[in-house]
Design a protein around this ligand. Structure first.
Ligand SMILES: [Zn+2]
Length: 290
């Protein structure tokens, strides 16, 4: 009898240590395109670009790598949000059948995080890129490739990954892994502290040195499993309210336009500021700012 209890104890302990606790994970994956391995130019990520077909396949394959990594860690529900341009890039028939996909824009303030809620355990960003005006970064921009110069939230400079992590954070869901170029990996590490990253390429001015796409996908799969196996180590990305978002535009007229949002204040000729205790109000301002 004593021996049986001992065996049971060891079994329970090993289940807890080696994956049992991860069973039933619900994972949200937001996928952008500029940070996918191979991509260096706007043509690569535009529907009219000659090589767009190749890069949307690679975007789909990187997403599949994250899905396979999540399944290996015990994920049972995976939602993929196509977050780039038209939001109709990922090839639905090539996407891993274990995942569901959100295509096109709903035009809600959740934007690149459409579908997220408090029932998820972890968020993953694939194909992400650095904030606007980052040196040695591939296709760096913040939400708009032409309108926005800089976005700050409570004084911190935000890449899209920061704004999207803030959305997830308000649902108490942490970002556990970010894949993209080296510059975004550095920016999210500075912002979030604990986060797994996969740098699939490194910017050299406008050029980039990159891994082979298959190698990048192997790393994404491996690191996703590792991150989800220690999901409790990651904390939701939040700020203490009130929340203040400053948006600096490249053109003065956009600041004039945004300053008419109820409650918004114009700080300089090109910067408009908005403060609220309600994080969704801040997202509303951001949605209507440009
Ligand atoms: Zn994009």
């Amino acid at each position: 009898m004593k021996k049986k209890i001992c065996v049971l104890f060891v079994l329970l302990l090993s289940l807890t240590l080696f994956g049992y606790s991860q069973e039933g994970l619900k994972v949200f994956i937001s996928v952008d395109m500029e940070g996918v391995c191979g991509v260096v130019h706007w043509e690569d990520v535009s529907r009219s670009g000659k090589d767009y077909g190749l890069f949307r396949r690679l975007m789909t394959e990187e997403t599949n790598a994250a899905i396979e990594g999540a399944l290996a860690a015990g994920a049972t529900e995976i939602l993929v949000r196509d977050s780039h341009g038209s939001a109709r890039n990922i090839l639905p028939d090539l996407l891993h059948p274990s995942a569901e996909l959100i295509r096109d824009w709903a035009y809600s303030p959740l934007s690149m995080m459409e579908g997220i809620d408090e029932t998820f355990d972890a968020v993953i960003f694939i194909g992400y890129h650095a904030r606007a005006n980052t040196p040695d970064a591939t296709l760096d921009h913040t939400m708009s490739s032409s309108a926005v110069y800089e976005v700050t939230l409570n004084g911190k400079k935000m890449p899209e990954a920061g704004i999207n992590a803030f959305i997830a954070g308000n649902f108490r869901v942490p970002v556990v892994l970010v894949a993209g170029d080296k510059a975004i990996c550095q920016q999210v590490t500075e912002l979030f502290g604990e986060v797994e990253t996969v740098a699939v390429k490194e910017g050299i001015g406008n050029a980039a040195k990159m891994l082979h796409p298959k190698k990048a996908q192997e790393l994404i799969k491996k690191k996703t499993t590792e991150a989800l196996n220690r999901v409790s180590d990651f904390k939701p990305f939040t700020f203490t309210p009130p929340y203040t978002m400053d948006v600096t535009f490249r053109d003065e007229w956009r600041a004039e336009d945004a300053s008419w949002f109820p409650g918004a204040k114009r700080k300089t000729s090109t910067t408009v500021s908005y403060t609220s205790n309600d994080w969704m109000d801040v997202l509303r301002f951001f949605k209507f700012a440009f």
